[in-house]
Design a protein around this ligand. Structure first.
Ligand code: PGA
Length: 247
């Protein structure tokens, strides 16, 4: 059976002091951990967190990557730069990037391609808004978002991770029920199966208000291979409980 992956998404939170305290406490609390654990940190802290997690069971992730390879793109961070700091994963197309930074399905697909080309595993986020769910469009929306990534990345698709994050569940305390989440994960798995023979070994994470109380039932669903955890990833006992639920 594949080990689950629990990835923390710190978003725009942290400081040198807070990061050190958080990561040190996570390492101390992760004894006999039998799942994969990653933290996706703000770009300026990659070097610090790389130093803290090297030689431990925690892997390093970033939260975004430029769609460009290099050059005159002020403020952007390239995949090669992320790789320089030992970054193993990179979130791509998080709904906050789609919503506040105008990222389209095609931008997201190219970002995933850039990450893959640098040996970084993109965690491609898909998910519907509340309005789209209420209009019965959930399946159509997530399939469209994933289709763009499949179209651009061809057979390399098997190297990426998908995260289903219903937008209405992010940071709201509202979680999709395990059945609702599983239903969408099964749709995504089916779409991956049509694109690659490797679909069953690929990871599809659930994200959106995952916490210590709901993690175990979500993670017990057959197509939920792990979690992408925002708010709870900043609280040591909560994140450790989620990691424990993933064993
Ligand atoms: P949340 O965020 O756990 O705070 O809902 C998840 C995410 O945005 O990745």
């Amino acid at each position: 059976m594949k080990k689950k992956l629990i990835a923390g998404n710190w978003k725009m939170n942290g400081s040198l002091a807070a990061n050190e305290a958080l990561v040190t406490a996570l390492i101390a609390g992760m004894v006999n951990t039998n799942c994969r654990v990653a933290v996706c940190v703000p770009a300026p802290y990659l070097q610090q967190v790389q130093r803290l997690v090297t030689g431990t069971a925690i892997e390093l992730g970033a939260q975004d990557v430029s769609q460009h390879e290099s050059g005159a793109y002020t403020g952007e961070v390239s995949a090669a730069m992320l790789r320089d700091f030992g970054t193993r994963y990179c979130l791509v197309g998080h709904s906050e990037r789609r919503q506040y930074h105008g990222e389209t399905d095609s931008t997201v697909a190219v970002k995933a391609q850039r990450a893959l080309a640098s040996g970084i595993t993109p965690i491609v986020c898909v998910g519907e808004t509340l309005e789209e769910r209420e209009a019965g469009r959930t399946e159509e929306v997530v399939k469209r978002q994933l289709a763009a990534v499949i179209h651009t990345n061809g057979h390399c698709i098997s190297e990426l991770i998908v995260a289903y994050e219903p937008v209405w569940a992010i940071g709201t305390g509202k979680t999709a029920t395990p059945e609702e989440a599983q239903q969408v994960h099964a749709v995504l798995r089916g779409q991956l199966r049509a694109a690659t023979e490797q679909a069953d070994r690929m990871f599809i994470l659930y994200g959106g208000s995952m916490n210590a109380a709901n993690a175990a039932t979500l993670l017990s669903q057959s197509d939920i291979d792990g979690g992408l955890v925002g708010g709870a990833s900043l609280k040591v006992p909560d994140f450790l409980s989620i990691v424990a639920a993933a064993q």
